[in-house]
Design a protein around this ligand. Structure first.
Ligand SMILES: [Zn+2]
Length: 396
């Protein structure tokens, strides 16, 4: 009798376990099935404001012949940590820069966590700059990001979002975009993670082929025609997810560079030479189809030569004297791409957030290495240095 009872219980248990396993497999299958293979894009199927084919070279077909009336949008982006030194440079760079519509010029900051000064991030945010995501750890190298699965990417960028909300008082609803460290995407995983996090764009994907005419931002509803320089690139459909392609620059020898510091043959360290080089790259957009012009750099580039900062300052100053050039954030630029017009791109200035921040200086331990980390935050120090899996820095 005893054995029979055990046998019955054993059988029951295995039936329950099997059903659970089956259900789990079913769930995983469903998750995989959710990824629909992207089909070829046609303008009949894919319409603004939420869908845009990658191969379309003008914001609207009827703008053909009126290219010179399309507003030229310029997006300046900085990657990595914001600290006291580069914050002072950003302040100087954007000081007094006003667009033709009298709205202040703005940049986009892709923030990674380590060494970031969150009090300064709060200041940039309140000045109207866009705060976007560049991961918590920045990873060990390209392998980490190329092989990252959806949950790793989601945690790296989701935890950074949590850190920004808690310590820089940035409203998570105002955070829309991401850039992968080393520009290393991992195919569909990157965009699935972006979607899960509620982000609306990625700006990690450089193009070397579509620079003349330069590529406009597009959505991943349908298959992308962009050249895949740092694969794997996505193959599935992600409706409404925008790609802001990093249209590469051309260096002095004709080689392409996605970011300033990646140019193999950069111009010599002279304000006028650097300025002319920037203007030449800009004119490919301005005298062409007016696709948004991206200036992609790290603050470290300023240290490459005594005249680098002055050259960029001169160039941005020059741009703001032009009646149809607008320096703005990527997310604001995408608003225009969704609803394009000739002439003025925006109806009104963007309202600046008024996010209060009581600055605190904290000395906290980074648990993974035992090192002390100095950290500037708003309102309250964490107990330990925030990190992946512990973005609020709680004692564990
Ligand atoms: Zn970086």
């Amino acid at each position: 009798m005893k054995y029979a009872t055990i046998l019955v219980f054993g059988l029951l248990l295995s039936v329950i376990l099997l059903t659970e396993k089956k259900q789990q497999e079913k769930k995983q299958k469903q998750k995989k099935l959710e990824l629909k293979k992207a089909e070829l894009c046609t303008e009949a199927k894919c319409k603004l404001p939420d869908c845009r084919c990658s191969g379309v070279v003008l914001p609207k077909q009827k703008f053909k012949g009126k290219e010179q009336e399309i507003p030229q949008i310029v997006t300046v982006t900085f990657d990595d940590a914001v600290n006291a030194v580069n914050y002072a440079q950003y302040e100087l760079l954007f000081e007094g820069l006003v667009n033709p519509d009298n709205c202040s010029a703005a940049a986009t900051f892709f923030l990674s966590h380590e060494y970031t000064d969150y009090v300064r991030v709060n200041a940039l945010y309140n000045e109207g700059h866009e705060i976007a995501l560049h991961s918590v750890t920045h990873g060990d190298g390209t392998d980490y990001w190329r092989e990252a699965n959806v949950s790793t990417i989601e945690q790296e960028f989701g935890d950074q979002l949590t850190i920004l909300e808690a310590f820089a008082k940035v409203d998570p609803k105002s955070v829309h975009g991401m850039r992968l460290p080393f520009l290393q995407i991992s195919g569909n995983n990157t965009f699935q993670a972006a979607k899960n996090l509620g982000l609306t764009y990625d700006s990690s994907w450089p193009t070397q082929q579509h620079t003349n005419p330069p590529m406009w931002p597009y959505t991943l509803d349908y298959l992308s025609s962009q050249d895949c320089q740092i694969g794997p690139c996505p193959t599935a459909s992600f409706p409404g997810m925008w790609v802001d392609p990093m249209v590469t620059w051309t260096d002095t020898e004709g080689y392409k560079c996605s970011m300033f510091d990646a140019c193999v043959y950069p111009p010599e360290d002279n304000v006028d030479v650097l300025f002319e080089w920037m203007l030449e790259n800009f004119n490919r957009h301005y005298k062409g189809n007016r696709a948004p012009f991206g200036i992609y750099l790290h603050a470290a580039w300023f240290a490459r030569g005594a005249n680098h900062f002055a050259a960029l300052k001169k160039f941005l100053n020059h741009l703001t004297t032009m009646p149809d050039v607008y320096l703005t954030s990527i997310s604001r630029m995408l608003e225009y791409v969704r609803n394009p017009s000739l002439g003025k791109p925006f109806k009104s200035c963007e309202e600046k957030p008024k996010s209060t921040c009581e600055p605190f200086s904290c000395n906290v331990q980074k648990l993974s290495t035992g090192e002390e980390r100095y950290m500037s935050v708003c309102d309250k120090c964490p107990e330990v240095y925030p990190w992946l899996g512990n973005p609020l820095g709680k004692h564990q």
